[in-house]
Every structure is written in structure tokens, then in C-alpha cells.
Write a protein that binds this ligand. Structure first.
Ligand SMILES: Cc1ncc(COP(=O)(O)O)c(C=O)c1O
Length: 392
């Protein structure tokens, strides 16, 4: 009997789960003109004032190896941006530039969890986080969010009851993709208190913090609001969403400066650093991208209202208006196979949504719609969904 090549690989690699979002996107791409709302990005390209900094840098020959932690000017710009956003001084030594928010998650997971360890993740969740834990040989353990009159909520007793001696980290994504769950400051303080008491790391994914709909705040509550020096928290972040830079694949880790050599090594042994010309554009995004970001936020706010009203009007959907991020995560009465439903919606309405089954326990029966879209496009999608949903 011959052994197949795949059988000889590490099980963590060969057994990595396929993304349920990719399957739907392949189906929809063969279906002609489909409004693509399954993907987690807006419809605007990177603005020229940002990308021109990259072309200038390329023209100036900035094409060599560089600082593993990021060029000093970008770390300085991150420090200024974050200090202003969180109203507390955060030194440049805390910031480590890397290749995307996804790589930031990989680095953070590598730092705290490995074979035999467990990482607790509220679910429904963006599937890449548990997959990153799994690739490191750790086991993702899910704690399901509840859904009721107050929208999505995390039961802190349930979170604590999920801890075992193997638990090394909580992965906390707030505002959440896909549910929009947005932890309050009090909830973050309570999660941190549990983590302190039980000696657990927190990987804080607050990448959607600027997209918050609960009031007039400039950002969602953050672990920055409750942390003290010495707390075991690693932040993962990205340029992707705020400044329409998903294709640039650049993000950052924020960690205590005492961990700098470790983060530097993990960058050295993966990408060995992010391209300088990209980092030049990132500096411009941070320093001059405020107006563009405000425009993105206003666009998402309007689209959230339009699409929520349309889904509500069908009378067949279970959902709550999300408190943050730019996704609507809704259940449809009678729909139990979200993959089949998403495909049917592609056929009936030419609108592509991500199946809830892709988002871990608690996700099946739901669909995720990204609403960071122009008003015109979201209005067309809303009309089409109003027609299609009753036919499911
Ligand atoms: C919750 C969450 N974290 C991190 C990321 C990573 O973003 P990127 O890899 O584009 O920087 C995403 C992207 O969708 C996300 O939804």
C-alpha cells in the first residue's frame, strides 16, 4: 500500500480547516454579476494620498531589507496614533510592524500557545483565529455568545467555567466579526480580572474599534482602558480595515517592550520584516488618514441602518443591530443549512453572503453580510434580499 503525500504531512497542516467563506466565494464567482458582501472589506480602493507614498518610496529605491520591528518612523506614528486614540502614552517600543492582522494573530498565538494548550475563543468567531491556534498544535475551545434582547452577550461565568489547567489564552475580538458584539469597559475589566487571577494571556483583537455604533464615541471600549503594566495582553491590529488597505497585508502587534526581542525573532523567522515602501504608505494613513476614515465610518453607519431595516422588514429574520464592526449577522426562520441558503441567495438575488457555518459554534443558521459599501450598492442589495429571503 502506498502512502499518499498528504498523509506524510504534520496533521496540524493537513488537517487545517477549509474556510467556509472561500467555498461560497468560489460558487458566487461563477454566477455572473454578484454583489459581493461575503468578504470583510469595503468597496473603496486605497486613496491616492496613501498609495502615492509607496510609489515615491519605490522610486527612491527603498527596496532593501529593513528593521524587523518596523521602520522607526512608522513605530513613532503608531505610538502617536494609539496614544491619542487611547488617551494614554504608548511608546514606540510597544509597536511591532508585521505582514497583516492575520500574521499578528499568528505571532501572538505562537508566543503563548502550543501543543497541548487550549485557547478560549468566544463564538461565533472569525474562523482564522481558531485556525491559527490549531496550526500551532493548540486546541481552540469555544465559549458560545448568547443572543437575546440585549443582542449578543458573553456570559462571564461560562467563560470562567471553560478554563482548564491547559488554558493559556483568551482570544477576545471586540467589536466582533461576525456578530458585532462589543464588550463594555466593565466586561473587559471582568475578563481581565479572570485572566489575572488564573494566569491567562489575552490576545486582544480590537481591529474594528473605530467602527462603533453605540454612541458618539471615537472608538469602542478597549483593554487599554483597564490594563496596568505587567498585564499579560498582546494586541493584534491591522491597516486593512480603517484605511481600505486589505491588499497591502500590513498590521502590527502591540506588546510590552520587554517582549521586543521575542516578537522581533518571530518576525525575522517568518517575513523578516515588512516592505519599507508599504510602511511609508502606512505612516501617511496614520497621520493623514483621519478624514478618509471618518468617511468610511459614516458610510458604514448609513449602510447599517439601510440593511438592518430591510432585513427586519422581511419579518423572517432574527438579528440585532450590531453595536460595532461592519457586519450584519442574521438568522432566517427555518434556515438550518446556511451554506445552502447562501448559495440559493446567490442564485435568486445575485447577492453573496457568507454562511454562518463558517464562523464556529453558534454560527450555523445565520448569514453574514459586510455592509461597508456605498449607499447605492447597499440599497440594491437590500431590495434584492427583501425579495429573496421570503423564498427561502
Ligand atoms: C477579527 C479580525 N481580526 C483580524 C483580521 C485580519 O485582517 P488582515 O489580515 O487583513 O490584516 C480580520 C480580517 O477580516 C478580522 O476580521
Amino acid at each position: 500500500m502506498t502512502t499518499s503525500l498528504i498523509e506524510t504531512l504534520r496533521p496540524e497542516a493537513s488537517g487545517a480547516p477549509a474556510s467556509g467563506i472561500v467555498e461560497l466565494s468560489k460558487y458566487a464567482r461563477n454566477a455572473g454579476e454578484v454583489i459581493q458582501l461575503w468578504v470583510g472589506e469595503g468597496d473603496a480602493p486605497t486613496p491616492s494620498f496613501i498609495y502615492e507614498a509607496a510609489t515615491r518610496s519605490l522610486a527612491a529605491g527603498e527596496t532593501t531589507y529593513t528593521w524587523q520591528r518596523g521602520i522607526p518612523e512608522l513605530r513613532q506614528a503608531l505610538s502617536a496614533y494609539a496614544s491619542d486614540l487611547y488617551d494614554r502614552p504608548l511608546s514606540p517600543e510597544r509597536f511591532f510592524v508585521c505582514g497583516s492582522g492575520m500574521q499578528a494573530i499568528q505571532i501572538a498565538m505562537t508566543m503563548v500557545a502550543g501543543p497541548g494548550d487550549e485557547v478560549i475563543i468566544p463564538s461565533p468567531t472569525w474562523p482564522n483565529a481558531p485556525a491559527a491556534a490549531g496550526l500551532r498544535g493548540a486546541t481552540p475551545v469555544f465559549v458560545e455568545l448568547d443572543h437575546g434582547n440585549r443582542g449578543w452577550t458573553l456570559d462571564l461565568d461560562k467563560l470562567e467555567a471553560t478554563i482548564t489547567p491547559k488554558t493559556k489564552a483568551f482570544f477576545i475580538n471586540t467589536p466582533s466579526n461576525p456578530t458585532g458584539w462589543t464588550a463594555t469597559k466593565e466586561e473587559l475589566a471582568a475578563i481581565l480580572a479572570i485572566a489575572r487571577r488564573r494566569g491567562i494571556w489575552i490576545i486582544a483583537d480590537e481591529i474594528y474599534t473605530r467602527f462603533v455604533w453605540t454612541g458618539a464615541e471615537k472608538r469602542a471600549p478597549s483593554f487599554h482602558d483597564v490594563r496596568e503594566d505587567g498585564d499579560r495582553i498582546l494586541w493584534v491590529n491591522t491597516f486593512s480595515k480603517n484605511w481600505a488597505m486589505t491588499g497591502w497585508r500590513t498590521g502590527w502587534v502591540e506588546a510590552d517592550p520587554s517582549l521586543g526581542d521575542v516578537v522581533e525573532n518571530l518576525i525575522q523567522y517568518s517575513t523578516s520584516g515588512s516592505p519599507v515602501f508599504i510602511q511609508r504608505a502606512c505612516i501617511v494613513a496614520l497621520e493623514r488618514g483621519g478624514g478618509f476614515l471618518d468617511h468610511q465610518i459614516a458610510k458604514a453607519r448609513k449602510a447599517r441602518d439601510i440593511i438592518s431595516a430591510a432585513v427586519e422588514e422581511t419579518g423572517r429574520c432574527r438579528f440585532s443591530r450590531p453595536d460595532g464592526a461592519f457586519y450584519l449577522f442574521f438568522g432566517i426562520d427555518g434556515v438550518t443549512d446556511s451554506n445552502a441558503a447562501a448559495k440559493k441567495i446567490v442564485d435568486l438575488a445575485k447577492v453573496g453572503l457568507a454562511p454562518g457555518s463558517a464562523f464556529g459554534p453558534g454560527g450555523e443558521g445565520h448569514l453574514r453580510l459586510c455592509y461597508l459599501r456605498s449607499q447605492d450598492q447597499i440599497e440594491i442589495a437590500a431590495e434584492r434580499l427583501k425579495q429573496a429571503i421570503p423564498q427561502l
